[in-house]
Design a protein around this ligand. Structure first.
Ligand SMILES: [Fe+2]
Ligand SMILES: [Fe+2]
Length: 367
């Protein structure tokens, strides 16, 4: 039987709680209110440095990454001790690749969950999933951080191409730009949450994700150039996979996740006073989806549900590009519904006025 190591953290009310962590090590780790178990994003150079030219930012990044590379090599050679009591290793989260695959098969066995796609897209998707399964085996947080880094790229690609079309005067749709920006902003916050859980701690993961993201950006630009529905379809595949992965992660780590508090970045995103941007990528009326954010479990449920919203939006975008069924953001839809009501009211008044005039005219004729 596996030994259990207890470590404490702060719960949502600020009290100390015990969290049971499955691990073979006997070393107890104590977290208190003073030692936040999450990575403080404000300490990252990315947040502390003022906007600067590409050369100075690249130089700064190079120095930071060189330091990370040296540390990584040192740890691989055993010269530098690995600290497994830092996020994300200290949480002991689990994710079984086979169970994710089962989840995917189960979804695809139902008509409503299946993503119909062409063979090439499916092949690329399968290769990508196999690579992620291999590279991030038993490292779910790093896997999510990689996925969120890459998953933002399609929306940025779509915005770039839509801007280009607009600049060239080929085509214009401000609504699509707004929806894709809200989607990208949502994925950005998923990424920040994974960063606060330590998903970007390792040099190799950063190296892989950053380069894969730039490559993926251009692939999606090319897809969108060829056919927007092809690009949207591929994104639907990826977003549906994200739903499967987060669902399985929630199932496998439910008890532990429920005992951990939400990272600050998650609270500031999901519990903000103004959730205009959050509403803009939903498939609901504005203000109707206000998920709780009381624990890390809630945070992952919210992320999974966000991914589901992306799946629906990608489907709607495909219908738009294939059938011309226009896509509107929730606020624009609300505005359009209001205008329809105003128009109906106007028509009603106009009919009443026309009837009154015709009665007056007929009375005049009779008299
Ligand atoms: Fe995401
Ligand atoms: Fe996503």
């Amino acid at each position: 039987m596996e030994e259990k190591t207890k470590f404490t953290t702060t719960d949502t009310k600020g009290d100390s709680v015990f969290v049971e962590k499955q691990d073979s090590s006997k070393k107890p780790v104590w977290y208190s209110e003073d030692s936040d178990i999450y990575v403080d994003l404000t300490e990252s150079p990315n947040f502390q440095v003022k906007p600067a030219g590409a050369v100075s930012l690249a130089w700064l990044h190079f120095r930071k990454e060189l330091d990370g590379l040296v540390r990584s090599i040192g740890q691989s050679l055993g010269w530098i001790e690995r600290d497994e009591w830092t996020p994300p290793d200290c949480y002991g989260f689990r994710l079984d690749n086979d169970r994710v695959l089962e989840m995917q098969k189960q979804r695809e066995s139902e008509q409503s969950g299946r993503v119909s796609t062409n063979k090439l897209s499916r092949w690329i998707y399968d290769v990508l999933c196999s690579f992620i399964d291999f590279a991030y085996k038993d490292r779910p947080i790093e896997r999510f951080w990689f996925l969120e880094t890459v998953a933002r790229m399609p929306y940025f690609s779509y915005i770039s191409v839509l801007h280009l079309y607009e600049t060239l005067g080929w085509w214009r749709n401000g609504e699509l730009l707004k929806i894709h920006f809200a989607e990208e902003y949502n994925e950005f916050h998923h990424l920040l949450i994974m960063e606060s859980l330590g998903g970007s701690r390792k040099w190799l993961d950063r190296f892989l994700a950053e380069h894969a993201a730039v490559f993926y950006y251009w692939v999606l630009v090319l897809f969108f150039f060829l056919s927007p529905s092809l690009a949207y379809n591929f994104s639907e595949l990826i977003e549906a996979h994200a739903v499967d992965t987060y669902t399985e992660f929630l199932r496998a780590n439910e008890d532990l996740l429920k005992q951990l508090p939400p990272p600050k970045i998650a609270e500031s995103y999901y519990l903000a006073d103004n959730l205009y941007m959050f509403d803009e990528f939903q498939n609901h009326a504005p203000g109707t989806r206000r998920p709780p954010c009381d624990s890390l479990y809630d945070v992952f449920c919210n992320i999974r549900d966000d991914e589901m919203e992306h799946v629906k939006t990608m489907r709607a975008c495909q219908s738009y590009s294939k059938l011309g069924k226009i896509v509107l953001s929730p606020h624009a839809k609300l505005e359009a519904e209001k205008n329809i009501k105003i128009d109906e009211q106007k028509r009603k008044y106009w009919k009443q006025w026309a009837q009154r005039i015709s009665v007056q005219n007929s009375n005049k004729k009779n008299s």
